[in-house]
Design a protein around this ligand. Structure first.
Ligand SMILES: [Mg+2]
Length: 157
């Protein structure tokens, strides 16, 4: 009975391209997947699109590209803040208004996170776990009690 059911599910899965139960689980999994993991997945896929479907290359040239991209985007955040400061000081070259300045800062902060993740992906670093661990380390060093609960798998890494 179970074997027959599995056979028919496999048949359906071949037709629709994915197992119906796995498809439902996949939807749930996507909902539960945290944002950073989803960003990693989408940015990696988009990276492959950039390179005409070729698998990513992990060499020094690629690391330098991703690193300089991160540095550039960080500079763009500061540039957007500088334009806000110019506006507030009544200087030429400033943002048109506070809303425009905020939008530019928002976009550049997003670019920083995206490019930071590209660097983290190069080293297979889980930003969420790494950040929690570093946050806890600083709390411990400063004698503060606010801590993140760590994933058991990465606790001692
Ligand atoms: Mg940018």
């Amino acid at each position: 009975m179970l074997l027959a059911r599995n056979k028919s599910l496999r048949k359906v899965s071949r037709i629709v391209g994915i197992h119906p139960i796995r498809q439902r689980n996949l939807r749930q999994w996507r909902l539960q997947m945290n944002f950073l993991k989803l960003l990693r997945k989408k940015a990696t896929t988009r990276g492959q699109q950039f390179h005409n479907g070729n698998a990513p290359v992990y060499n020094l040239e690629e690391l330098l590209f991703r690193s300089t991209e991160l540095g550039g985007e960080t500079g763009e955040v500061l540039e957007a803040i500088k334009k806000l400061a110019r506006m507030m000081r009544g200087m030429k070259g400033g943002a048109k208004d506070a809303a425009e300045a905020k939008k530019a800062i928002e976009e550049e902060i997003a670019d920083v996170l995206i490019s930071l993740d590209r660097v983290a992906e190069f080293f297979d670093i889980d930003i969420e776990e790494a950040t929690k661990k570093k946050f806890n380390k600083t709390s411990k060093q400063k004698g503060l009690t606010i801590r993140f609960k760590l994933d058991k798998k990465t606790k001692n890494k």
